[in-house]
Design a protein around this ligand. Structure first.
Ligand code: C2E
Ligand code: CA
Ligand code: CA
Length: 731
């Protein structure tokens, strides 16, 4: 063999082995890319799944509230029904078409009333399209979820029916009709359409067969991905398959082939040169290295783009999945912090998206400053960020990190001379304790975040299993409350309110308790407010207080006016003033014996209608106080035109000011209130010293443990019928 052929063969071997290496790498990238694509699909599905779950389940829970109410008071009027349904309807972004109550099988109540009143009186058991489901819900006492149906009133709807049981027998059903098109639109499922063949299917309650709810182009068969959507007590199945198949041929894949050809050609030539000119060995080598170096740089650029968020330059979702996946595979521990910026929508809405983007960039920088050690920050899309803390799972360290984050977010967020008060709700899941797949950890962090947000924003929540069972827990509390209302297990405690000028007891506040004190009102009232049970409970409170006043009077005991807390839900009920008036009249009690305590949200949301109700209450002769002043929006300004007589300064506000050298701040606030013709009550007075300082201010009333704790009605008077409370010695 001559030396030229020999050189070509040697160089060819080098070519093939280098090229083979690249081929292997390209192949590997192909497999990885398909995995990534599937992961992306799962992430996108998760969004649709959560959307559907939250759109439908939350309204079903609210509807459950109406069912609960009807179980207690089955003579609900159309007006009462409407005032209930309105809240669900109003919060539903038109996704809810109507809410119907069916007594036995006949429509008796409907909301919205005007457009639908023609339906009243229709016996659905005689409508062929609905009869079977109506009877199914009636006979099995189970909630049913129907696939899209043609509605009697036209259009397509998805109907959910919840049976109502009165005295252990079937009484009727509440039905919530979701607008099919709007539900589908809000689920975001259509956004999957361009890329995937999608199918959303349910199971027909009657036949148990698969019923297609929505699909785009036929059914996705083959290597598809499936996601379950859990609704109340039924399950939907979401299936997708990419139109173009799973994509393994990424830019990097082609680049690898391309680079492979070039590098191996250079290797061939290099080898050939080496063999030809032994002397030039060094030169050829350098040339080869340079070329490879340049190719590596462009490859690095591509990788960078694939792993980073274009706006903030933080790592992106894909990188998160990769890093966390690797952590989990190698049995590491750590925690996932999911941050959702509170009220970010406001910034976008008021200052524009361009500005919003700048704030996001600023937030990213603050986050990077805030985390230290073995932690990474990712942008997860929109206003969601993730901090992955590797090797760290103990609560103290995580809390420290969160504190740091909260601090950085709030301090350094001035963009274009506008100071933004940035807070985030943070959900935390930990591995391996909370799961060993990326999806599970994300889902749990999300559940925790949602719970943090619900508990009032700027909060953090660690995932624990109970969060999932919270729903069941809620149902338990609801049942507990329902039972308590039926079998008279509530009672009222009375707490004295003292006249700051005379030291006399001037009135009481009525505070609701469970007789066995097994749960504080702060725990059950929010739930009763959310599901609407606060309305019947609140009516019980009013009757109970009025009965008590009557009893005290009858026994010749000294009586004082009683302040009753009314939650926003009770004010939304336009019939409340009539109710109060009737109850007062039937007992012959003077309206000046009752005060009403409301919270600020009543004055802010639903303003016009609430104003009417408040004015009606005032017209009867009730005094109205604004409770918890200093905890929320707290502007005195709008009180000028609100029908409010008193404000109650919250304990937290008092705590903030009372320790100051002098009480100037307090004085100022009180005199502004006086200027607006408002009387001032200071709450949560616990010590003699506080009482003295407050007397020196110009406040009108004081309330707190120092003067008297909330107590049952039979402990309000001593045996001579005199009121029991602590006064102060007037100097
Ligand atoms: P609220 O209307 O702000 O009631 C005052 C709360 O402060 C009561 O808590 C009372 O026991 C407590 N408190 C009074 N003095 C002091 C003090 O000196 N120090 C401290 N630390 N606390 C003091 P409670 O009874 O647990 O009620 C909690 C909340 O539940 C009430 O806050 C109110 O919002 C709600 N609530 C209670 N009863 C009813 C009701 O009948 N209807 C409605 N809608 N809400 C109610
Ligand atoms: Ca109150
Ligand atoms: Ca209060």
């Amino acid at each position: 063999m001559n030396s030229k052929i020999k050189k070509i063969i040697y160089s060819g071997i080098v070519f093939l082995s280098v090229f083979g290496m690249f081929a292997l790498m390209a192949n590997y990238e192909h497999t990885l890319a398909i995995e990534r694509h599937k992961q992306d699909a799962r992430d996108t599905l998760l969004m649709t799944q959560t959307n559907l779950e939250s759109i439908i389940t939350s309204r079903m829970i609210s509807m459950g509230g109406i069912a609960a109410y009807i179980e207690i008071d089955n003579e609900i009027s159309q007006l009462e029904y409407s005032s209930f349904a309105k809240n669900i309807y109003a919060s539903a972004d038109e996704i809810v078409k109507s809410m119907t109550f069916i007594t036995d099988t006949t429509i008796t109540h409907i909301y919205p009333y005007e457009e639908n009143k023609a339906a009243i009186g229709i016996d659905l058991a005689s409508e062929a399209s609905q009869r079977d489901l109506i009877l199914y819900a009636k006979n099995n006492l189970k909630a049913v979820f129907t696939a899209p149906v043609n509605l009697v009133e036209g259009g397509i709807g998805i109907i959910v029916r919840i049976p109502v049981v009165v005295k252990e027998a079937y009484y009727g059903q509440v039905a919530i009709v979701f607008d099919y098109d709007k539900t589908i639109a809000a689920s975001g499922i259509e956004s999957l359409s361009s890329e995937y063949v999608v199918e959303l299917a349910g199971f027909d309650s009657l036949s148990g067969e698969k019923a297609i709810i929505w699909n785009n182009d036929g059914n996705p068969v083959g290597d598809s991905i499936i996601q379950e959507v859990n609704l109340y007590d039924s399950t939907l199945i979401l299936t997708v398959l990419p139109r173009e198949g799973w994509q393994g041929k990424t830019v990097l894949y082609y680049m690898l082939w391309f680079i492979g050809v070039i590098v191996s050609s250079f290797a061939f030539m290099g080898m050939y040169k080496v063999l030809s000119f032994n002397d030039d060995l060094k030169g050829a080598n350098e040339e080869l290295e340079n070329t490879i170096g340049r190719l590596q740089i462009s490859e690095a650029h591509i990788t960078h783009m694939a792993e980073h968020d274009a706006l903030t330059e933080l790592f992106n979702r894909r990188k998160f999945v990769e890093i966390l996946g690797a952590q989990l595979n190698s049995g590491k521990t750590g925690s996932v912090l999911l941050l959702d910026i509170d009220n970010f929508k406001n910034i976008n809405d008021t200052l524009g998206h361009v500005y919003g983007d700048k704030v996001l960039v600023s937030i990213s920088k603050r986050l990077l400053e805030a985390v230290e050690g073995n932690a990474h920050v990712f942008r997860f899309g929109g206003d969601e960020f993730i901090v992955l803390m590797m090797d760290i799972t103990d609560t103290d360290s995580i809390d420290r990190c969160i504190e740091n984050i909260v601090c950085h977010l709030d301090l350094g967020n001035e963009v274009e001379h506008i100071k933004n008060h940035i807070t985030a709700s943070i959900g935390v899941s930990r591995y391996p304790a909370n799961g060993n797949t990326v999806e599970e950890l994300l889902l749990k962090a999300d559940i925790a975040m949602y719970s943090a947000k619900k508990s009032g924003k700027n909060k953090r929540q660690f995932f624990f299993d109970d969060l999932i069972s919270n729903f069941e827990n809620r149902i338990n509390i609801e049942n507990r409350l329902r039972g308590a209302l039926k079998s008279n297990e509530f009672m009222i405690y009375y707490q004295p309110i003292i006249d700051a000028k005379t030291g006399d007891l001037s009135s009481f506040e009525a505070l609701l308790r469970l007789k066995d004190l097994s749960m504080p009102p702060n725990e059950f009232i929010p739930i009763a407010e959310e599901n609407g049970m606060i309305v019947p409970i609140g009516k019980w409170v009013i009757r109970e207080v009025l009965d008590q006043l009557q009893k005290w009077e009858a026994s010749g005991f000294e009586t004082k006016p009683v302040a009753i807390n009314l939650s926003p839900r009770q004010i939304y009920d336009a019939t409340i003033s009539e109710f109060v008036e009737d109850e007062l009249n039937s007992r012959g009690i003077d309206p000046s014996m009752i005060e009403i305590e409301i919270t600020e949200s009543v004055l802010i949301d639903n303003k016009e209608e609430n104003m009417k109700v408040l004015s009606a209450l005032k017209k009867i002769g009730l005094i109205i106080s604004l409770d918890d002043f200093g905890t929320g929006y707290s502007s005195l300004n709008y009180l000028t035109y609100m029908p409010v007589d008193k404000i109650k300064l919250d304990k937290s506000l008092k705590d903030r000011f009372i320790d100051m050298e002098d009480t100037k701040m307090m004085d100022g606030l009180i005199s502004i209130a006086h200027g607006l013709n408002l009387e001032v009550v200071v709450e949560g007075v616990e010590e003699a010293g506080e009482s003295e300082k407050l007397i020196a201010t110009n406040c009108d009333y004081m309330q707190g443990y120092y003067f008297g704790r909330p107590a049952p009605a039979d402990q309000v008077h001593d045996s001579q019928g005199r009121l029991v409370y602590r006064s102060f010695t007037h100097t």
